[in-house]
Design a binder for this molecule. Structure first.
Ligand code: ZN
Ligand code: MN
Length: 488
């Protein structure tokens, strides 16, 4: 891609499903994965004469999000009808917000080469979700499409980002930041596979440095970070190719085909007037009091950017580690408890970054499922730091046994006889034996192949079942081999 000649301009529109118990305008449950059409009523099925009643919790969640992304909460906002025909939309319109959204003008920071850059958010509005068309997986799917209205009327916030992202990687980071934020606020579970967080992206290219915007296309339903990045990379390259050939870019809505790894035209882009928006006559203006805003502001948790800053300042962590540990509130809490119990914040970070995250990644699990309590991990770290056991024994023997048996570190160390060998005489005896048993490598060492040193230390660690103090072992080998140099 010749990005030297062109600027890429990307904006994201994100739908986040709010974690309310009930739907936006009726009392039906929002539970996922239930028997199709079992969670419906006249309101969310759009039966004639049924009237909507606004869910107060959904309003509070939207305001909470607005405060977290530094947006202005609009004290008066209005619901509108967005009219279009689609089988999964029984009323023939979606209740959403149009001219007067619940919040405007926010931002989220992304990392721009070590400094934070604010990416603007134009607006947040509240709206209801549509039902779901099921095209396959049912016995008569070859002939019919089925409809499930359980999702119809589930509350969403739509977050409209400004076109201020300049690469697919930045778009991924912005979405990740937003996802972490809604998860911290506990207003959305952020599950992209189940569709609780859905992303549309628009992209245009323009001559480098030019202020004239290019024609943009919109790509719908990018339901993973990988698809978002791949779809945008393809689309940027496609548009640049067209421009290079002097062909026009058509304003249209496109779909990403993950199998073929490309975007395909879906329909020409609709304009706002196509939807014939008008104010929803069945709902009054939404009026939000300053007291509610103040109450919700006082309940805001520490947000990801603040937590990362604090981890760097208070624990002396590198930004990279702080960022990963703050990825979820659960992991961040686990880290802080481990740091406190171990008395060593840097080592606590190392253990969690490597051992704990490895375990979780292998199983695709979150920290909630990790079987070792942070206090117990802290105790293990303490044993290693006090040189009562070796790092090798701690990682390879004690921690796996803690996971499988549920026992505490000190108990395992006692039962397995894992106390570190820090006795110089004992290690010296072992070292001499290793040198004696390995005449070949010793000869190589004497001939100048100094890398063999690591082999000797490795053999000694093995011979002691990982219990020898490795630092002491190195010192002893150095002494023996130096003496050997002088005499040979
Ligand atoms: Zn309902
Ligand atoms: Mn929407």
């Amino acid at each position: 891609m010749d990005s030297g000649k062109y600027d890429i301009v990307i904006g994201l529109e994100i739908h986040a499903q709010l974690r309310t118990e009930t739907k936006l305008f009726c009392g039906c449950s929002t539970a996922f994965g239930r028997v199709p059409n079992s969670l419906t009523c006249p309101v969310c099925l759009g039966l004639p004469g049924a009237l909507p009643v606004l869910n107060e919790r959904a309003v509070e969640m939207a305001v909470t999000l607005a405060l977290a992304i530094h947006a202005r909460v609009n004290l008066r906002s209005q619901f509108s009808r967005k009219n279009y025909f689609y089988p999964d939309l029984p009323k023939g319109y979606q209740i959403t917000q149009y001219l007067y959204p619940i919040a405007s003008d926010g931002w989220l920071p992304i990392d721009d080469g070590g400094t934070l850059r604010k990416i603007g958010i134009e607006r947040i509005h509240l709206e209801e979700d549509a039902g779901k068309s099921i095209h396959d997986g049912l016995p008569d799917s070859a002939r019919k499409t089925s409809l499930d209205f359980n999702r119809s009327g589930v509350p969403l916030v739509e977050i409209v980002g400004r076109p201020e992202l300049t690469s697919p990687a930045e778009a991924v980071e912005f979405l990740a930041r937003l996802r972490t934020t809604v998860q911290y606020l506990e207003i959305c579970d952020g599950n992209m596979e189940e569709g609780s967080l859905r992303c549309d992206a628009n992209l245009s290219v323009k001559e480098k440095g030019s202020t004239a915007m290019g024609v943009k296309t919109e790509i719908k339903n990018l339901n993973s970070f990988k698809f978002l990045e791949r779809a945008l990379a393809f689309e940027a390259e496609r548009q640049i190719g067209l421009r290079e050939e002097g062909l026009p870019v058509r304003a249209e809505t496109r779909l990403f085909d993950a199998q073929q790894n490309r975007t395909l035209p879906m329909r020409s882009k609709e304009e706002a007037h196509d939807y014939r928006y008008f104010p929803e006559p069945d709902l009054p203006l939404l009026v939000i009091g300053e007291d509610l805003i103040a109450a919700l502001r006082s309940r805001l948790p520490e947000l990801p950017a603040e937590k990362i800053r604090r981890f760097i300042d208070a624990y002396g962590l590198p930004a990279y580690e702080a960022g990963l540990l703050a990825e979820s509130r659960g992991l961040a809490d686990y880290y802080e408890r481990t740091a406190a119990a171990s008395g060593n914040a840097r080592q606590a970070s190392h253990w969690i970054m490597r051992e704990v995250r490895q375990h979780l990644n292998d199983r695709g699990e979150g920290i909630e499922r990790y079987p070792v309590r942070p206090e117990d991990l802290g105790e293990l770290i303490r044993l290693v730091e006090n040189r009562e056991i070796t790092l090798t024994a701690g990682k390879e023997k004690v921690l796996p046994l803690m996971i499988s048996s549920g026992k505490r570190a000190a108990e395992i160390v006692r039962e397995e006889g894992l106390l570190q060998i820090s006795d110089g005489d004992e290690i010296r005896r072992l070292a001499l034996r290793i040198l004696e048993e390995n005449p070949g490598p010793l000869k190589q060492y004497r001939e100048g192949k100094k890398q063999v040193f690591g082999f000797f230390v490795g053999q000694l660690m093995k011979a002691s079942s990982g219990r020898a103090d490795a630092r002491l072992a190195r010192d002893i080998f150095e002494g023996l081999l130096a003496a050997d140099d002088r005499t040979s």
